[in-house]
Design a protein around this ligand. Structure first.
Ligand code: NAP
Length: 250
């Protein structure tokens, strides 16, 4: 069967675990050469590489904090030198912190905004020039449903994810004439290290609020990413796709 992304180069930030790992695996299964970025957990990154290569895929992983433009630009240079192109960029790396606004320090606020939003700008800025030169590219930025609903325990996270939507739409406007589509996905509850329940009971209560009656899995997001990066989505740009099992509807 023909693979959708055969020979394409796909950058995935936060690719070592959770949603990013699911996206990296799916991209590799669809024939892409996967360039995974992660912050610190080398063991996790190694196991992601093994999983991709075990299924016949090609992967390079770089320890690269998305907040650091010097390191990000170095990685972009290496990727372009080795593969000569960049077709897909999935800005997925993110962190959250479960605190009320009055418990947050200014450092907490800055840390979350720096990783979730400024880091996305830094990585995009490093790879967009090559996409412009090629006159082709697909960018998908991972936001969150809380960008739309707000949340009563992490204002900085919600603010960063709303920022992702503004960044996505603005880049989409700037880059449409360069044949680069920029979209966002706003996940609901996806079962990763980021979503922790105090008890099975609390987990059950959460599941009860989701019309599909299950937590999302990284593959649910990965499949949506694949669609947005496929030929069939050529006319979709500046859009936010809500993948949340019906939790919130617009
Ligand atoms: P996760 O399991 O905690 O994984 C986070 C990934 O991001 C890891 O690979 C981590 O690398 C990487 N990362 C963190 N800080 C980084 C940095 N400064 N530079 C580079 N990489 C960094 O999270 P997840 O649940 O998969 O979430 C992925 C994205 O989806 C995030 O943007 C999150 O906000 C969004 N999201 C998640 C949910 C959900 O329910 N899970 C819902 C809505 C939106 P290390 O392991 O090396 O630190």
């Amino acid at each position: 069967m023909e693979k959708i992304f055969e020979g394409q180069v796909a950058i995935v930030t936060g690719a070592s675990r959770g949603i990013g790992r699911g996206i990296a695996l799916e991209m590799a299964e669809q024939g892409a050469i996967v360039i995974g970025l992660f912050a610190q957990d080398q063991e996790m990154a190694d196991s992601a590489i093994m999983e991709i290569e075990g299924k016949g895929g090609v992967a390079r992983f770089y320890k690269c904090d998305v907040r650091n433009p010097i390191v990000v630009n170095e990685v972009a240079g290496k990727v372009i030198e080795e593969f000569g192109r960049v077709d897909i960029l999935i800005n997925n790396a993110g962190v959250h912190q479960h605190l009320k606004s009055w418990e947050l320090s200014l450092e907490d606020w800055k840390d979350v905004l720096d990783i979730n939003l400024t880091g996305m700008f830094i990585v995009s800025k490093a790879f967009i020039p090559k996409m412009m030169e090629q006159r082709s590219g697909r960018i998908v930025n991972i936001s969150s449903c809380v960008a739309y609903t707000g949340t009563d325990h992490e204002v900085h996270y919600a603010a960063s994810k709303s920022g992702v939507v503004g960044l996505t739409k603005s880049l989409a406007l700037e880059l449409a004439l360069h044949n680069i589509n920029v979209n966002s996905i706003a996940p609901g509850y996806i079962e990763t290290d980021m979503v922790v329940f105090d008890s099975e009971e609390q987990r059950g209560r959460t599941v009860e609020t989701i019309p599909k009656r299950r937590l999302g899995q990284p593959e649910d997001i990965a499949r949506a990413v694949t669609f947005l990066c496929s030929e069939g989505a050529d006319y979709i740009t500046g859009e936010v796709l809500h993948v949340n099992g019906g939790l919130i509807m617009y």
